[in-house]
Structure formats: structure tokens, C-alpha cells
Design a protein around this ligand. Structure first.
Ligand code: ADP
Ligand code: MG
Length: 591
């Protein structure tokens, strides 16, 4: 007797569904794709209980006829292709005709639909369908378009349910995906509801950059540069990328869309990162929305069960083109932001008076006394460059490494002459490095100062959760905080280094860091968070470009920098010091 048996269709479908639908976000993806394929211009997504009890999508697309509404649940039923050759010119997201069949195999689906051209008083059609059978069918009054409700997902595949991650992780996957659809379809009005509450309302906008402002924080969207374009290419690359000052700690913000399809593609990732080479510090990643429009015959979209990947016929060409455009965009932006030399002559600038000073062997007042606890902007009059002889700090004890400080340039760079070189120091970058190294060695397990007025910080539920998980860690940094309801924290003490800075911004950033490093090895995470918070503290309390420094402060900073490890780059990877040999200058003057 034969051992081989044919599985019943419902069982076969449940098994096949496992390939397409592993988590609620995958249902959302298929339904969003269907709505967009149906040319919807308004799409609302309702999620209850992270999709386990309800996923509903309402669109105003072309709708379906009664016959199509009955057909759409069958496997391999599609209106989008007829033969595999059609994939060479595919313009829709869907093509396999298996999404609705798979979803209905593992949930209970209610479909209401009415075609776009039908008269105002026409009825639509409702079908309830599950596990290969129609449960109910009726004519119903409904608007044009399609409304799909997916209830009790995985009710008959309990193992799949067990593998779901935490609610917040599943919700993030849905939200992340929804955002991606919003980015690539800027003309569509998207709404997202979670457990009955509207959490995102994104009306149509003109560009993906405007979309970013709707989806993320305003700062991140303002750091986006439009990617330069190259009309010579046989395909089009467009989009937005973050400038050199903005980055993330993971790759999640690097979005690639090939013919509007949100995809993962290692060639595109590499191309983007190559463009940022020497621009971003190690282990930092850009924010990017890259759109590739390419002839459908130059890619294969049928390489992944969930259509999350594409293959390029000529991957190297696309990669090189992308990295080239990214590089050029960043270069152009940098050359625009570097301000031209002022027209004033050196002599009329007080900061430019040349001081010939012998650096003291020992200065008892450390850099912290000079900088950390003494925010300049509040008392600018105290920081006019005094003549050196009035500076009690600078005992003119001769030591071997004399250097002559010329002064500050643009209130940003300290200039001095040393060993036949003109040396320029970026005061912020240098001070930041000095403080960072100091915090890393001396400020572990420090005491915070109790705040006169405890500060309340507003965050999302997820962020409060993330920060509270690391409460002990913050405490060791001198930051004493507590939860205050679901969506805020109260801070009772903070280290003096953070005085005068925005604690809200600081905690926001820390929360983002924690979230982006979810799942990292515990020890490594502790170390990274430590580095991150100290870098933040250093950045916040270091002198800024634009701060006027006294000669004593300039001296102290240079000396401290000379004794600091990793002194040539700041914690964000920018150079602290740059020098020009005398010979180079002489070449310029044709001497
Ligand atoms: P595919 O998208 O690969 O064709 P699906 O199972 O997702 O397969 O959908 C089957 C068919 O149902 C589609 O080809 C389309 O004709 C129809 N359909 C599905 N969703 C919608 C919708 N929101 N609006 C109009 N038609 C739809
Ligand atoms: Mg589909």
C-alpha cells in the first residue's frame, strides 16, 4: 500500500502560508500592496492587539466585482499576470496570487468591496472566508474601494503564534513597514490606528523629505539632502540622504526602494555606505531613502517568498552609481557649508593679535575648572582675550615645547605656530575629545547633583520602557530617574556635565540608542551605552564654535589635548587638528 498521501487543500495551504506570513506585519504588507495595486489614494490601517485579533485595511481603490471577490481567495488567483514572462514588465507589487489565499488559510477574513465606477446607490459585496470555505456572503451597502478585516490570525496554527516576539517588537515591525510604504507613496493619504487610537495621520505630500517630517522627528528630516541625480544612467536613482552631522547607530534607517518596492539588497547597502566612507565615524549609519527606477527586465523580483528582495542583472553598476552620487552629494553640501574667508584683515581682529607665550609646565587649574563648570555664554564679558601678562594662570615657566598662539579664527579654530607648521584646532572637536576621555576614566560611578526642580521628560511608552530597563545604568552615571505614568519620566538628579543642556534631548537620544541596539550582547551593549552617554555628555558640555576663548583657555585646551588619547579625531570621527607646513604656504605665495 502506498505511504504517500495527498494533503487536503486546507492543510497544504496552511503549510504554504508559513512561507508568506510569519508575523502580523507580513499580512499588513500584503494588504497594503493590494490596496496600492488597486490605485488607492487613501489607505487606513487598523491594528488591534498588534494584529493578533484584528488587522483591517480600508482603501478607496478600484474595488472588485462579485466574481473577483469570490475568486480572490483561491490560490494562484491573480489579476496581475498571466504567464511568468509578464514579470519582465511587472508594474504591480503582487503577482503570485497567493496572499489572500494564504491569509484566509490561517485567519478569518471578511471582505467588503465595491467597484469604483458603480452608481452611487449601488450595493457592494461582502464575503466571509476562512480555511478554504465561504462562511457568509451578502450584498451590503459600502463605499467604493475595498475593506478587508483579518481576524484571529494564527488561530489554527498555534505554533506560529508562539514564535511571535514581544508586543512592542511586533508593533515596531508593523510601524516600520507602514512608514516605508508612506515614503514610497507620497501622494497617498495614510492613516494608522492602534487599538482604536489614531497614531499616524499622513496626508499626501510633495516629497519623501516632507514625509520624513511626518514620520520621524523634525531634526532628522531637516538633515536630509536631496541626492544628486545623473541623467546619463540607464536607470534613475533619486532620494534623500542624511548630511555628515546626522547618523544612526544601526542600519534601520537605510531604506531602499526598487520600482517603489521596499527591499533589502546588500549591493545597495554597500553602495550607500561606500559613499559615506570617511564621512561618518565607524559603526555609524546614515539615514537614507533611496529610490531606484529601473526597467523591470533588468531585475528579478521573484527571488524571495515575501518579495522582500530583488536581484539586479548588473548589481555592480547600480552599486557604483549609488556610491558615486552619495559621495558627490555629500561633497557638494560640505563645500556649500564651509563659509568663505571674511574680508577683514587680520590686524583689525582682536583675536588675531599674536601672542608669543611660553606654555607653562604645570597649570594647577585643570581643564575642567576652565571649561566644564563654567558655561561661557552666560558671562561673555569675562572671556575677552586679555593680554597674556594679565593672566595669572600662565606662569611663564620656560619649557621645551613653546608654541605661539595667534588667536581664534571665526571663534571656532585656535591657530598656533609650531615646528614650522601652522596648526589649526577645532575648539569644539578638541574639547569634546578631552572631556570624553576624562569621563571614560574618571567619571564612572559618579554622584549626580540633585536638581532644584525635578524635570519631567515626555517619551513614548516604548522609550519609557527601554530607559527604565537601564535605570541602574543611568544611576551609575549620576542620573536618577523614575517612571511617571506610561509616557513620561522624572529626573531628580543629573551630573554637572549636563547642566544647562536639554535633559529631554539627552534622554531622547539615549532611548533611541537603546532601542536601536535591542538584542545586542549584554556586555557589549553596556560598554556601547557607556561610550554613547559619555560622548553625549562631552558633546553637550564642550565649548562650541562661536564661543570666545581667553588665551589661558586656548592654552589649556591645547595642552590637555596633547595629553589625551585618540586626540586626532573627536568622538564623532571629525578631525580635531589640522596643520599646514610652512613649505606649503610658501608654495602658495610662489616663494
Ligand atoms: P496578487 O496581489 O499577487 O494578485 P492576492 O492574493 O494578494 O494576489 O490578491 C488576489 C487578487 O485580488 C488581486 O490580483 C486583485 O485582483 C484582487 N485584490 C486583492 N486586494 C484588492 C484590493 N484591495 N482592491 C482591489 N482588488 C484587490
Ligand atoms: Mg497581493
Amino acid at each position: 500500500m502506498s505511504k504517500i498521501r495527498l494533503l487536503p487543500q486546507s492543510e497544504a495551504l496552511k503549510i504554504a502560508a508559513g512561507e508568506v506570513i510569519e508575523r502580523p506585519a507580513h499580512v499588513v504588507k500584503e494588504l497594503l500592496e493590494n490596496a496600492l495595486d488597486a490605485q488607492a489614494t487613501a489607505i487606513s490601517l487598523y491594528i488591534n492587539d498588534i494584529g493578533k485579533t484584528l488587522i483591517r485595511i480600508v482603501d478607496n481603490g478600484v474595488g472588485m466585482s462579485i466574481d473577483d471577490a469570490r475568486m480572490c481567495f483561491l490560490s494562484h488567483a491573480t489579476s496581475k499576470i498571466q504567464t511568468i514572462h509578464d514579470l519582465e514588465s511587472i508594474a504591480t507589487f503582487g503577482f503570485r496570487g497567493e496572499a489572500l489565499a494564504s491569509i484566509a488559510a490561517i485567519s478569518r477574513v471578511t471582505l467588503m468591496t465595491r467597484q469604483r465606477e458603480t452608481p452611487v446607490d449601488a450595493m457592494g459585496h461582502m464575503i466571509e472566508y476562512s480555511e478554504c470555505s465561504v462562511l457568509q456572503e451578502a450584498a451590503v451597502a459600502c463605499p467604493t474601494g475595498t475593506d478587508i478585516l483579518v481576524r484571529d490570525l494564527f488561530f489554527n496554527t498555534p505554533v506560529r503564534k508562539k514564535f511571535l516576539k514581544s508586543d512592542e517588537t511586533e508593533w515596531n515591525a508593523i510601524q516600520w513597514l507602514f512608514h516605508a510604504f508612506c515614503m514610497s507613496n507620497v501622494g497617498v493619504h495614510f492613516k494608522l490606528y492602534r487599538d482604536g487610537k489614531l497614531v499616524l495621520n499622513a496626508p499626501p505630500v510633495a516629497s519623501a523629505k516632507d514625509r520624513a517630517a511626518q514620520l520621524w522627528d523634525y531634526d532628522a528630516s531637516q538633515a536630509l539632502l536631496p541626492l544628486l541625480e545623473d541623467v546619463q544612467l540607464p536607470f534613475r536613482i533619486s532620494g534623500f540622504i542624511s548630511n555628515h552631522n546626522m547618523w544612526r547607530y544601526g542600519r534601520q534607517f537605510m531604506h531602499f526602494f526598487v520600482n517603489k518596492r521596499w527591499v533589502k539588497n546588500s549591493e545597495l547597502s554597500k553602495g550607500l555606505l561606500k559613499g559615506y566612507l570617511n564621512v561618518l565615524p565607524p559603526e555609524r549609519f546614515p539615514i537614507a531613502m533611496i529610490f531606484i527606477d529601473i526597467d523591470a527586465s533588468s531585475i528579478d523580483v521573484n527571488v524571495h517568498p515575501k518579495k522582500e528582495e530583488v536581484k539586479f542583472v548588473r548589481p555592480g553598476v547600480v552599486q557604483a552609481a549609488l556610491s558615486n552620487l552619495v559621495k558627490k552629494t555629500l561633497e557638494q553640501n560640505l563645500s556649500q557649508t564651509i563659509s568663505p574667508m571674511p574680508q577683514k584683515t587680520f590686524i583689525t581682529q582682536p583675536q588675531w593679535q599674536s601672542y608669543q607665550v611660553q606654555a607653562p609646565r604645570e597649570i594647577d587649574q585643570s581643564v575642567s575648572a576652565l571649561f566644564d563648570f563654567d558655561p561661557f555664554p552666560s558671562q561673555p564679558e569675562a572671556f575677552q582675550a586679555p593680554r597674556v601678562e594679565q593672566q595669572p594662570l600662565l606662569e611663564p615657566t620656560p619649557i621645551h615645547e613653546a608654541f605661539a598662539i595667534m588667536g581664534q579664527l571665526f571663534k571656532t579654530y585656535i591657530l598656533f605656530e609650531k615646528d614650522n607648521e601652522l596648526v589649526m584646532i577645532d575648539q569644539h572637536a578638541a574639547h569634546e575629545r578631552v572631556l570624553y576621555e576624562k569621563y571614560q576614566t574618571k567619571f564612572l560611578d559618579q554622584q549626580g547633583t540633585t536638581l532644584l526642580f525635578p524635570e519631567t521628560i515626555r517619551l513614548s511608552k516604548q522609550q519609557v520602557h527601554d530607559v527604565m530597563q537601564q535605570r541602574d545604568f543611568f544611576e551609575r552615571q549620576g542620573i536618577d530617574l523614575d517612571g511617571l505614568g506610561d509616557e513620561s519620566l522624572v529626573i531628580r538628579s543629573a551630573p554637572p556635565q549636563l547642566r544647562g543642556t536639554s535633559l529631554q534631548e539627552f534622554i531622547n537620544d539615549a532611548a533611541r540608542f537603546i532601542n536601536e541596539h535591542e538584542g545586542m550582547d549584554k556586555t557589549l551593549f553596556g560598554q556601547k551605552l557607556n561610550e554613547h552617554l559619555h560622548a553625549q555628555m562631552a558633546c553637550k558640555s564642550a565649548v562650541k564654535a562661536g564661543d570666545v576663548l581667553t588665551l589661558a583657555q586656548m592654552h589649556q585646551l591645547i595642552r590637555d589635548l596633547q595629553q589625551t588619547p585618540n586626540r586626532f579625531i573627536c568622538v564623532h570621527g571629525r578631525p580635531t587638528t589640522w596643520s599646514m607646513p610652512r613649505s606649503e604656504l610658501e608654495k602658495k605665495f610662489k616663494r
